[in-house]
Structure formats: structure tokens, C-alpha cells
Design a protein around this ligand. Structure first.
Ligand SMILES: Nc1ncnc2c1ncn2[C@@H]1O[C@H](COP(=O)(O)OP(=O)(O)OP(=O)(O)O)[C@@H](O)[C@H]1O
Ligand SMILES: [Mg+2]
Length: 456
């Protein structure tokens, strides 16, 4: 469905004008020459509401009429009081519910390619998502754990949902990998601090008990022997002293009778006995010392050996207990790290599936090269604002095409926004689109309407 004729009367700067628009109609002229007046007349006729300021000063009413190629006529009349839109079919029969009819054939007016190109990125994204309303079914995401989906509404645009999921999954995986790395590092560090294994798996606690028992027994035996040696010494010494006393008493008894003669003999004899006594005592003491020394020589080395062995065994008992705990901790760290790695792999798989889903959605996307990432509209992987104007125009026109109603009309004011190169790109994209374009562009010339050869 196309517009064949536009007639405008007493509308803003236009007194009386008739246009036969083609596929691409460009109105050009100086500032104030009436270009916007034409654009606004079209918008008002195919729009709704009432704006009395469009009635040209001095006129009773502003009138605009659009004739369609199927014979339909849409006529708008604006007076100071009201706006009426009268629609008739090819046989001149009045079509009731004019507003509904207009809504059913037009929508493209809401996407103005220039407004789209110059809009803020956030508004561009909204306009794009409205034009391509893709939704994801919960079924398509059933491979994800329910936890990942909480807080993400499937009422949002599919590309937005996928971008959010991708962001969340990547954040999850980063955290899981961090935990895994931490646990692996702890396990490795601890493994390096472990002492070498105790040889032949000896139970060092039992060995220590056995050595301690042997040590105590030896100490007891040694002390018994010492007691016995001292007792022997005492017994022998007592016997010698006893003998001495008896002999002395005997000698003294004899001495009484032969004091004078024998005194010197007796003294000598006593002296002799004393010497013998001392000699015997000294022999006994020497014997004691020798026996003591022998005892020392016999048992001391083993005693020292046992003390050292005891200390070593004690060390090993402590080390063994400590190693056992560390080993258990290492095993638990390694187990945790393994679980985290498995979890991370599962998330990687989910991310892959999200990407596959996105690729399949993008394949279905009516505008090739467009995607949404982190809330930014990308064209061929580059933010919309960064691609060249020609490509921006192409995308904007593709969007207009998606939004176009049956009438397929796009109106654009301010086409001077494009330099000559961009304007040529616009021209090519517009002609290829199959839509009907009516645009206005400031030129240093009189008001003129240029219509491309009608391709319809
Ligand atoms: N209701 C009206 N009655 C009379 N003249 C009007 C009315 N509304 C607007 N005009 C005048 O019509 C002339 C054309 O205005 P219009 O905005 O259509 O020009 P334009 O070609 O779009 O200019 P520009 O290049 O500056 O955008 C202007 O001088 C404007 O003041
Ligand atoms: Mg203007």
C-alpha cells in the first residue's frame, strides 16, 4: 500500500500544495520555506489528537488529504475547535472507526531513522528491542540450575536475558575458579612441608613405651646392685673391726701381766695389726670402687643409647601425629578443588549453551549483524555509535522496515543531518527497503519537491 497523492491547504507555512510522492520524495528549500509543514501535515493526518496551532494564519481550517493506491482517501480538517479525520474507500463509502483504521496501516512514523541515529544509546536499544520483540521460553533455558534464573524475568527481551545470564554465569565461574585455585595452592604448599615418611611403618608410640620400660627396669636394677655393694662393704668392714677388737682385748689382758716387758712389743704388735687393718680396709674400698666402676662401664653406654632413642622416638611420635592431620587436610583441599573444577566445567558448558542459543536467535534476527551485549546495541560487533554513518543508516532503515505497517511510510525531517556521502547511502538503503520515504532537507534553493521515478 502506497501514497499516490498528498494535498495540503492552509497548514502551517503551506498555503496550497499537491505532491505525487514516489518511493523516495525529498522536499528541499531554505529555512522557513515550508518543509517541516509538509512533514507535520503527514504526521497529523496519519496520527491522532488535535493541535489548532497548525491552522495557517488567516485560514478557517487546515486541510490535508492523502490518497492511497488502493483508492482509499484519508482527509483531515483542523479548525480552531476540532480535528476530524474522514476516511473513504475506493467507492467513496465512509470507513467508520477512522483512528483504528489508521493504526492498522501505519506504525513506521514512530521510527524516524534520523531520530534513531541521533538518539542516546539507551533509547536506541529500547527502540531496537521494541522493533524485534524476541522472547525466550523457560523450556529453552531448562539446562540451567534454577538458582541462575532467579531475579531474571523472561518477560525481558531474549537478547537481554541471554546477556544477563552470560554475565552472571561468567561471574559465578570466576568465583568458583578462584576457590579451586586457592584450595589447590594450599594443598600444594602443605604437601611441601610434610616430613619424609617414617621408615618401615614402625609404630613409634609402642617403640617409645618399650624403650621407656627397658630404661626404668635398668635404672631399678642398677640401684639394687649399688645397694648390695654398699651392704657387702659394711658387712666385711664390721667383721674386720670385730676381730681387731677381740685381739686387742686379748693383748691388753696379757699386757697387764707383762706390762713392762712387753709394752714395747705390744705396741709394735698393735701397730702391726693396725696396719694390717688399714690394708684390708683399703683393699675392700678398692674392691668397692672397682665393682662400682665396672658397673658404670657396663651399663652407662646402653643408658645413654636409651635416652637418645627415647628422644628420637618422641620426636617421631609428634611428627607422625602432625603429618597425619596435614595429610587429611591436604586430601580435603584436593577434594574441594576437584569439586570446584567440576562445577566450573558445568558452568562453562552452560555458557556455551547460552552462546549457542544466542547464535540461533541472532540467525533468526531480521537485521543481520545486530546484537545486544552488556546493554549496548552492537552492529557487526561494534557499538552502534562507532560504526560509520552509512551502516547506521542501513540499520535504522532496516528497523523502520520492521516497524512499518501496511502503508510502509517513513517520514524524516532534518535530512541535512547527513553529509553528501551519508545522504547517498541513505538514498540507496531507502530505495532498497521497499518502503515509501518522504524527507525534508535544507538546501540553498527555492522550495521544491523531488520525487524519484516511481518504482511501484
Ligand atoms: N500556523 C501558521 N500560520 C502561518 N505561518 C506559519 C504557521 N506555522 C508556521 N508558520 C511559518 O511557516 C514557515 C515555514 O515553516 P517550516 O517550519 O515549515 O519551514 P522549514 O522549511 O521546515 O524551515 P527550517 O529549514 O528552518 O526547518 C515559517 O516561517 C513559519 O513561521
Ligand atoms: Mg524544518
Amino acid at each position: 500500500m502506497k501514497i499516490r497523492t498528498i494535498k495540503i491547504n492552509g497548514f502551517m507555512g503551506i498555503d496550497d500544495l499537491e505532491i505525487q510522492p514516489g518511493a523516495l520524495t525529498i522536499i528541499q528549500g531554505r529555512n522557513g520555506s515550508g518543509k517541516t509543514s509538509v512533514i507535520e501535515a503527514l504526521k497529523a493526518t496519519l496520527g491522532s489528537g488535535h493541535d489548532p496551532s497548525v491552522v495557517r494564519i488567516g485560514a478557517d481550517a487546515a486541510i490535508a488529504q492523502i490518497d492511497l493506491d488502493d483508492g482509499t482517501t484519508i482527509r483531515m480538517r483542523v479548525t480552531a475547535k476540532a480535528t476530524t479525520r474522514d476516511i473513504r474507500d475506493e467507492k467513496g463509502r465512509k470507513i467508520t472507526r477512522s483512528a483504528e483504521y489508521i493504526r492498522s496501516i501505519t506504525d513506521a512514523l514512530s521510527v524516524d531513522p534520523i531520530a534513531f541515529i541521533t538518539a542516546k544509546p539507551a533509547d536506541q536499544l529500547t527502540a531496537f528491542l521494541e522493533a524485534v520483540p524476541l522472547r525466550l521460553e523457560a523450556q529453552a533455558l531448562s539446562f540451567l540450575p534454577a538458582k541462575v534464573l532467579t531475579g531474571i524475568s523472561l518477560d525481558r527481551h531474549a537478547l537481554e536475558v541471554l546477556a544477563l545470564l552470560d554475565r552472571d554465569l561468567r561471574a559465578d565461574r570466576q568465583e568458583i575458579n578462584r576457590v579451586a585455585r586457592e584450595k589447590e595452592a594450599t594443598a600444594k604448599q602443605l604437601a611441601e612441608t610434610l616430613p619424609p615418611e617414617a621408615p618401615d611403618g614402625t609404630n613409634w608410640s609402642e617403640e617409645l613405651a618399650r624403650l621407656t620400660k627397658e630404661y626404668l627396669a635398668l635404672r631399678e636394677a642398677t640401684s639394687e646392685w649399688k645397694t648390695r655393694i654398699l651392704a657387702d662393704e659394711r658387712g666385711n668392714a664390721d667383721a674386720v673391726k670385730q676381730t681387731f677388737h677381740q685381739e686387742r682385748e686379748k693383748i691388753r689382758a696379757g699386757l697387764e701381766s707383762a706390762i713392762a716387758v712387753l709394752r714395747s712389743n705390744a705396741d709394735a704388735a698393735i701397730k702391726k695389726r693396725e696396719e694390717a687393718r688399714d690394708e684390708r680396709l683399703s683393699v675392700i674400698a678398692t674392691e668397692r670402687d672397682n665393682r662400682m666402676r665396672n658397673l658404670e662401664i657396663k651399663y652407662t653406654p646402653r643408658q645413654q643409647e636409651l635416652t637418645l632413642a627415647q628422644a628420637r622416638a618422641q620426636e617421631l611420635v609428634t611428627a607422625q601425629a602432625k603429618s597425619e592431620k596435614t595429610r587429611e587436610f591436604i586430601i580435603s583441599q584436593e577434594r574441594d578443588a576437584g569439586a570446584a573444577r567440576e562445577q566450573s566445567d558445568a558452568v562453562t558448558q552452560s555458557i556455551g549453551k547460552i552462546e549457542a542459543l544466542k547464535r540461533s536467535l541472532l540467525r533468526e534476527m531480521p537485521i543481520p549483524g545486530i546484537e545486544v551485549k552488556d546493554g549496548v546495541l552492537l552492529v557487526d560487533g561494534v557499538p552502534f555509535a562507532r560504526v560509520n554513518l552509512a551502516r547506521q543508516i542501513q540499520v535504522a532503515i532496516e528497523l523502520a522496515k520492521l516497524r512499518a505497517g501496511e502503508l510502509g511510510l517513513v517520514v524524516l525531517d532534518n535530512l541535512e543531518h547527513f553529509d553528501s556521502e551519508a545522504f547517498s547511502a541513505f538514498r540507496v538503503a531507502a530505495q532498497a527497503s521497499g518502503l515509501q520515504f518522504v524527507g525534508a532537507r535544507v538546501e540553498n534553493s527555492d522550495f521544491v519537491v523531488n520525487t524519484d521515478k516511481d518504482p511501484f
